[in-house]
Unconditional design. Sequence first.
Length: 760
Amino acid sequence: MGRTSLEEGRRTSGARNGMTLRLNGRWAASVLAGFLTVTAACAPRPPAQAPEPREYAAHPDLRNVDATALHGRRILIDPGHGGRFTGTEGAGGTPEADVNLGVALYLWGLLRDAGADVHLTRASDRALGNAATVRDDLAARVHAIDSLAPEVFLSLHHNSNAALDRERNAVETYYKLDDDGASFDLGRAIHARLSEHLGIETARLRPGNYYVLREATTPAVLGEASYLSNPHIESRLKLAAKQQLEAEAYFLGLVDFFTRGSASVRKLAPAGDTLEIGVPLRFAIGEPIDPLSARLEVDGEPIPVHVDGVRGEITSLRELAAGAHEVRAQARLARGNAARQWTGALFVGTVAARAVLRQEPAIAAPGSIVRLRVALHDAYGRSVGDGFGVRITATEAALLDAETVTRAGEVWAVVRPAAGARLRLEADSLLADLPLRVEPGAARVGGVRCVDARTGAPIEGAWFEPGSASSDRMGWLAVPGGADSLTIERAGSLPWRGAAPEDGIVRLEPLFAGRLQGLRITLDAAGAPDETTLPGVGLSAGLAAHQVGAFVNDFLQAGGAAGTLLVERDDPISDFERLRRIGRLRPDLYVRLEVRAGRGAAAIHYPGSEGGERHARALASWVGRRLATNVALGADTRFLLQQTPCPAVVLELPAEAVRTPEAVRATAYAVFVGLRNGVDAEAAALPPLVGEVAPSGAAVRLVSLDAAEVLPVGADGRFQFECVSPGLHILRLHGAPPTVLEVRVSGSDTTRVRVAPSPR
């Protein structure tokens, strides 16, 4: 049956009843209104229906889209999760991995039909590379980026939240942190289309530090198109048509991006990774660029450049110093997008023309231990910088140690000279013959080489008595000639006591079984310095947190860790800048300290982070034990916990923990013990060292152990160091005058000492 007009329908209905009814004017309208009113009153009411939701409601129109810009473009699509790693799950049981794959397959088809060279990290429900852990799976995705070298990388996901708020929904698009150029442009283009076509009111474009973004070597974006934890969104995304709709939005974003141009900054000179000093750096983009956008950075600092905007070339105008440099070159295309930046390491080489010798001691007795420092300069008096290869030999002297590569333009050596000793140095075309000053009447100086007992690496900064010269970067330490017994200390190591070894090597055992050695821990004090002062504290929460962090950082560095404070006391920064700094530091652990008034203590980690949970448990245990308070353990998806590239913990401290300077130091020590035992769980079983200063009330405020742990002495004269390893330890009372005590710890029972300050 064909379509019939409304008027034709009316005529047909009237003809069936053998009459024609004409309704005109106001009377007709009144009659019709009355009829409808009566009908509505008598008829049963249909059930009320909610308005059709806007989310995923209408497909974008692709009929007139010019997708020629996609032709030949290499694109890698990454459907997130897969296999045993299902991702989040909707209230109805829909796995995120399935939805991600469905969207990716539709997008793959659209891009392929447009002529793109499109690839998928996975085309079925599986983990990548037989991954046993989530990190293995993510590493396999990054390997796919490295192998394929795509122009862009797009990872597809759907979101959830730790509280499982079923009402929550948003479009969240993340671009590679620290790439405000091409990755930002790609994220902006995709985000605009997702926001436009998915019908979701809340939308955020932000930098992201997810593993696949952080490790990507190409412009990269991770899309969290919507919240699968929202039941309505889950019901939509179960439908293939809605997965296709989302893919079409991504497709349009990619069309927009490539229409605005895609190119890379390429290095023209030097051809390799070594640049001759005085020769300019040159880069090319290959198409016209915005001349004002061109930027060249060397070691993080911009240098002046000449820009040919038409040809797309950048040339440095400042001579680079000799040595190794980190270089970044970037520019924006005339068509709008930023070119993919070039980053890399370059070595600027020169020719050594002169060697300058410095001898310590300046005049040595025959047979002494003599340290030598040789600075190399070119013909213009410039330092040769780092990484310059050198060969050192000696005549009339025993060469005990020598470096082969310059650091800060110098090489160091250690010799035991006789009369007439000379040092011979070869560096490319330079051949230097340098005499040493050796005289029989000079004071004889001995020496030992300090090394790590576990790794054999040289130890810098060891000493045999407070205020004496410390060991150099090769580990060599000058000691008095003829000393029968030495006590050698170094922060981060157990003290060593005895006669100089026959081989001249002192092997220092690292503190805490070496577990802190070189460990990178970043501490972050939350809060701004101009916040309101906490009642009864005299400081704002931000300043109090920073004071705790500064003390903890001192403990970490003294214990051998590479502790770092993320922000200065008066340096309020955004969370995004925090992530950038964390990314540059690449810590093994990130700890955020927060001081809260009127709230209890808590240690919070990201859900599913094994490292984060382990450290949070240790902090909760030891901070609670030392402060005699309960520390709640929790999990949360707050931004910094989610985005840090390493295990992360937020430690919330009550205001009572920072009321006095002594309380701040005691709290910091509790945090330090928690961090240490989070790294080494076995240390938690070690007994404490408990002490008492006698007489009680003596003028001693601080006591230290092995120049690494410092505690305030209580009003009752008591102190307690936690988890002390077996062996020899040095205990110091910091009074006037100071008192030094050697303590032998068994490691099985609590060690108790009673210390009387030295008389004045």
